[in-house]
Design a protein around this ligand. Structure first.
Ligand code: FAD
Length: 318
């Protein structure tokens, strides 16, 4: 098998949680040392952090890489990777942008949104993906003989806890980064009335709440739980303008790590679950086959319009 690399996401010197998950994912199909790739401008801190997870780190540092422009990053990678390379990356917004084009240019296979890796037999990798919004799991074989780009769903493969690896960091030249796609500006999300990323308990409502008026029962539950609880939501609730965008959890919303995440009437799309970075996930859904039951720590089959007021009443009695 060719050398395996992990393209690592980071921001302000802090590695994304997906970095440790990629290290664990690689170990599921190769015992050979895996090289992490860190790109950006001024990435010493991120590279040092990556060296705690990977035995080798490539640091590609250039002013043009200061902002995440997939075309520029793709060029930096192609200027360094040998033909036949196998590259892992997170199936986050940037990975979805970077991965397909990189696979085409490398001439290798592309498999996206992998939720489990079953192992490899020579150059044949076996992975699990989900279809139809998570209703069906598909077992896929990937021919890696000409290389491959594999994007792994954040949160799907448990990161390994353990001692720091202490890998060696090697600086690599970025090479020619001329690109047609230009960076324009960074727009920070508007500050909302609450910061759901700080809440210890989130009562999160999805389309199952059915009506804007019903959102009040989620606020009443959060109030009964206490001041450390807030109400968050899935994207359709924001799209319907029933709640502010600052309360949306997911890949195009906020990433949250509460102690308890109460998912009320949420189906469990990967875009939503990608925003839940930790905590006990309790899912309440009236459909016993809802995909969220495959990933939740606790699953309750119930109608939330009855369950939420009943739970609120029980807590108030306590
Ligand atoms: P649905 O998928 O419609 O699920 C509603 C659930 O409620 C169902 O499981 C149903 O069984 C259940 N239900 C219905 N009535 C009741 C009841 N009375 N009691 C109990 N259960 C009930 N989504 C996000 O959430 N966050 C994101 O950041 C995000 N980013 C995206 C980015 C892109 C590029 C794209 C394409 C999509 C994104 N989405 C995002 C949308 C995502 O794909 C899903 O459409 C969305 O998460 C579904 O929201 P939901 O679970 O609330 O609704």
């Amino acid at each position: 098998m060719a050398t395996v690399y992990a393209f690592v996401s980071h921001k302000d010197g802090v590695l994304d949680d997906s970095a440790a998950e990629l290290a664990a994912a690689a170990k599921k199909f190769t015992s050979a040392p895996v090289t992490a790739i860190v790109t950006g401008s001024g990435v010493d801190a991120a590279a040092a952090k990556a060296a705690e997870l990977f035995p080798a780190v490539w640091k590609i540092d250039a002013a043009e890489l200061a902002y995440p422009n997939a075309e520029v990053v793709r060029k930096a990678l192609l200027n360094n990777l040998a033909a036949g390379a196998v590259v892992l990356m997170a199936n986050n917004t940037f990975g979805m942008d970077l991965g397909p084009g990189l696979a085409v240019k490398l001439g290798g296979a592309y498999v996206s949104d992998v939720v489990a890796i079953e192992g490899a037999d020579g150059d044949t990798l076996k992975v699990v993906r989900q279809e139809y919004g998570g209703v069906v799991s598909t077992h896929v074989t990937v021919d890696m003989s000409a290389g491959a780009v594999i994007t792994v769903r954040p949160g799907a493969i448990a990161a390994e806890e353990g001692a720091a690896v202490g890998g060696a960091v090697e600086a690599k030249a970025a090479g020619d980064l001329a690109a047609k796609r230009k960076f324009i500006e960074v727009r920070e999300p508007e500050a909302g009335d609450v910061d759901i990323t700080k809440a210890e308990v989130l009562v999160s409502v999805g389309r199952g709440i059915e009506d804007q008026e019903n959102i009040e029962i989620a606020h009443e539950l959060a109030k009964a739980i206490g001041s450390h609880a807030e109400v968050s939501c899935s994207r359709p609730i924001v799209d319907a303008k029933w709640m502010d965008a600052s309360r949306q959890v997911g890949t195009s919303g906020k990433s949250v790590k509460p102690k308890v995440y109460l998912a009320m009437g949420i189906s469990g799309s990967f875009q939503h679950m990608g925003g839940i970075k930790g905590g006990l996930v309790v899912a309440v859904n009236k459909n016993p086959n809802a995909p969220i039951f495959q990933v939740a720590n606790v699953g309750i089959e119930a109608d939330i319009l009855e369950f939420i007021p009943a739970l609120t009443e029980a807590l108030e009695e306590l």
